[in-house]
Structures are given as C-alpha cells and as structure tokens.
Write a protein that binds this ligand. Structure first.
Ligand SMILES: Cc1ncc(COP(=O)(O)O)c(C=O)c1O
Length: 380
C-alpha cells in the first residue's frame, strides 16, 4: 500500500464486530483465561488494543518494525534517554527543542551522563568522539532555525563508531522524511503536532527496527508508565487518516508564506529549507520530499513594532506549538526556547526578534493578508 492508503486503512482491524473504525478500549485491565495462561492484553500500562493499533499504524507508515506511543513528545525522548547509563556520553545538536535542551541540561548531569553540544553535525568529526559516546541526538530541520542535518552522513559516521543516531522527526513526519531509511537507529516524535494534527492533545512516538533495543525500551516503558492513554491513541489514529492531505497543504502554504515574507520589508531574513537561498536546500531535497509547515524569520524591529504586530494578527494565533490545522506564531527566545541561556541564544541566533511560524491549512490568501495587515498596523 502507498502511504496515503496505509494512513487511511492501517492499524489493527476489529475482528469481533467488523467495525470500520478500530474500537476505543477504555479499560485499564483485561480478564485472563486461567491462572496459567494469559492473553495478549493484561494491563493498559503494558499494552492496550487501541494504543497497539496506533503503534502499528505509525510503525507501518515509517516502514519500521516497532513503535511505542507515549504520553507526549518529551515522554518519547525521555524513554529513549533511558538507554543511557552513568558515564555515557551524548552528542546533542545545539539547535533542538527547548524541552529536549531542558532534559539535557537538567537531567543528564544529575544522572552522571556527559553531553557534548554539537553546533554543526554536518561537519562534526565522529572519529574524535570519546570512546564513551553512545548516542547522537539531532533534529532535521532543527527547531527553531530550520537548519538541515545530513541524516545519512551523521548516521553512517555515528554507526562506524558504534554510536546510536536518534532523529526527532516531528517537523516532517514519516510522510515527508524517513530517518530509519537514511540509516538512523531511532526516530522520535512529538505526535502532539502533525500526527494528531488538531492541537487538542499531547502524544509522542518512539519508532525503531532493532529488536534488542525494542525489548529494553518495552521494559523501561512499563516501568516508567509514560504511555499514551486509549482515548488519545484513538484520536491520534483519527488524525493520521488525513495526515497526507494536511501535510500537502501545510507544505504548500508554508512555501507561499515564506515567499511573501522574503519580499516584505518587515522580515529581515527567512529560514525555510524549501527556499532557493537556504544553505541546506540540496540536502533537504535529497532526504525529504518536502519542507513541511514550519518556518522562522527575523522581524525587522527598526521599522516595525513586534508587539503591535503579534497583537494585530487576526488568523495567526500568538501561541507555542505547531502541526495543528490552525496557523500559529511564537517567539522562541521567550517561549519555546526560554530554557536556553541568553548567551547561548545569542550565539545560536535565537534572537529576540526571531519569530517561528507554524503555517496551518487555511486558505493561503487569507494567511498572507493577515500578515500584511499586521505589518501595516505595526509600522513605526
Ligand atoms: C521538535 C520537537 N520535539 C519534541 C517536542 C516535545 O513534544 P511535546 O510537547 O509533545 O512533549 C516538541 C514540542 O514542541 C518539538 O517541537
């Protein structure tokens, strides 16, 4: 089956009543046949049929063997980080989601795990990585500066040193990019974003092929308990049915908005991998089939008032997050990436005039008019 067909028909099938939609099993526990024999489901922290259905759907869409559905994207990251032991070392991209950075700076040190911040994985020399290096964590494109990492290069160089590559593929989903096919070992998602797609729940996934890692993560997941509950599993499955349609529209709209901003004096610089002037454009074209719905730009504060701009928006909401049907704008320096120190923000370019735009699936003409009107209202 092709991706869009699988998105609609994938997951488990209801064998009892032939329901077209897989049922929502709101049960914490399951009756066992006798004291010696146990059926597939025992207790919903270990496995639940509705959650198993969305896990199968996400794994199949990725072309992978295994998926775990977790209670949020951060729960997915936290589960993967359980693979690390005291004394291990992690390579982490300097440009990652603020929550991932928070985990790195707050929890790795507490657990005796070393981390090295890598500014540019595309040129990082893996042969110099110390012997205790176990895991490389990247996003591509990165959040919020949309830098493109050459996943194939990173994964191959890491593998040669026995280092696991973990890719946060939240911005693109498996519809636009499949990191496992590019050589990565584990893919993580905030399914709060495009998979669920409607800004009405939190969810995450860990996706992988390796059976040994899967078995370890299965035990850790059961012990930690950060699983996705059945109702949200049902809603994520429902969201995924329309993922290809929505992603196509997000992608088209983001291209239009990026084009508009690039020619508007209110935007000093636009970051979107689909644009001709983006330095990662060629790698992006090789490893993904689109650039997704997120872009960022530097707001021209000398000529426009940023606060008036965001307050004048009528369709775009000034809010964190992305991947829902509605368009959002946020300021990473004070919102999604406030866990970075001001010095690090400055070094990386997460400046106070950087705005991140999550382009929704509305009519692009309305979105552009909304931005145009807000710039006009914000002119100094
Ligand atoms: C790239 C990325 N990864 C992970 C997360 C964390 O996901 P969640 O908010 O579902 O825990 C986010 C949230 O914004 C994100 O943008």
């Amino acid at each position: 089956m092709k991706y869009a067909t699988l998105a609609v028909h994938g997951g488990l099938k209801d064998e009892s009543h032939q329901a077209v939609t897989y049922p929502l099993y709101l049960s914490s526990t399951f009756i066992q046949p006798d004291s010696e024999h146990f059926q597939a489901y025992g207790y919903s922290r270990s496995a639940n049929p509705t959650s198993a259905s969305v896990e199968k759907l996400v794994a199949d869409l990725e072309g992978a063997k295994h998926a775990f559905a977790t209670s949020s994207g951060m729960a997915a990251n936290a589960l993967v980080f359980e693979l690390l032991e005291e004394g291990d070392r992690v390579l982490i991209s300097s440009d990652v989601y603020g929550g991932t950075w928070l985990f790195t700076t707050q929890l790795f040190a507490k657990r005796g795990i070393e981390f090295e911040v890598v500014d540019d994985f595309n040129t990082y020399d893996f042969s110099k990585a110390p012997a205790n290096t176990r895991l490389a964590f990247i996003e591509s494109p990165t959040n919020p500066l949309l830098t493109v990492m050459d996943i194939r290069r990173v994964a191959a160089a890491a593998k040669a040193r026995g280092i696991l590559t973990v890719v946060d593929n939240t911005f693109l989903t498996s519809y636009l990019q499949k990191p496992l096919d590019l050589g990565a070992d584990i893919v993580v998602y905030s399914a709060t974003k495009y998979y669920a797609g409607h800004s009405d729940l939190l969810a995450g996934f860990v996706v992988l092929n390796d059976d040994t890692l899967y078995e370890r993560l299965r035990i850790y997941s059961k012990a930690l308990g950060g699983i996705l509950d059945p109702l949200d599993s049902f809603l994520v499955s429902r969201g995924i049915r329309t993922l290809p349609l929505r992603m196509d529209q997000h992608n088209r709209n983001a291209e239009r908005v990026a084009e508009f901003l690039s020619s508007h004096p209110g935007a000093e610089k636009v970051f979107y991998p689909g644009r001709r002037d983006h330095p990662g454009r060629d790698i992006q074209a090789k490893q993904a089939s689109g650039s997704g719905g997120v872009l960022s730009f530097r707001f021209n504060e000398s000529e426009y008032d940023l606060d008036r701009f965001v307050k004048s928006l009528r369709i775009f909401a000034f809010a964190v997050s992305l991947g829902g049907v509605e368009s959002l704008i946020c300021r990473p320096a004070t919102m999604t990436h406030e866990s970075y120190s001001p010095e690090l923000q400055q070094k990386l370019g997460i400046t106070r005039n950087l705005l991140r735009v999550a382009v929704g699936i509305e009519d692009p003409e309305d979105l552009i008019k909304d931005l145009e009107d807000a710039f006009a209202a914000a002119k100094r």
